[in-house]
Ligand binder design. Sequence first.
Ligand SMILES: [Ca+2]
Length: 236
Amino acid sequence: MKFFIVFAILITIYKTKTTSLLTGTLAQNTTVLINEKQEIKEIDVLRQIINQETIIRLALVKDVKAVVDDMDSLKTRIASSETAVKSLNENVTNIHKDLNNNSKRTCEKEGVNYQGNCYYFSTSIASFKDAMGACHLIDAEMVELQNAKEEKWLDLQFRLRGYQTHVWLGASDVQQEGKFISVSNAEELQYIHWVKGQPDNIRGIEHCATYWIRRKGMNDAPCHNKYNYVCKTNIL
Ligand SMILES: [Ca+2]
């Protein structure tokens, strides 16, 4: 009887151990399988990422190549444009030279070249308005006094030509009494040298500026008077 009891106990113990071992192996196998599946999944994700990265990289390489091609094309066009602009500048410079040479030649024939300007001295007298029109006909303006040096030179020219009394200057106060402005640009005169007591606007009709030869300075006179005049244009 005792033997059977001991045998039964041994059998029970054996079964318990066997079951426990089987259960442990199964659990281990299951864990391994889960881990492998996880790894496979992660590898798939990684592979997808690598594929996407490759696609993006290829696209970038293509874009960069296109940009480099564009830059090369642009460089060629810029170089071509620079050559054209250089050629154009040379042409413009030559045209300016020709024009200046022509202007100087014309000036030497009909006027006097002084300090980069051409002065055309009238051989007849005219009203202020007609004198201004005559100057505009040759693309010039009535002379104004720019500085003392020019005034002195003009004074000499007037006397050499036998000019009498007055010579028109391109200034008027017809818009605002007492305020003489340039008729060429409507700005205040750069230089003034009024004879003492002038401008006096005698009888309220003196609105045009003159150079008074006898008194060597500026004066105001009636615009309808007729005097010699000088047209001036830049030839530089
Ligand atoms: Ca006067």
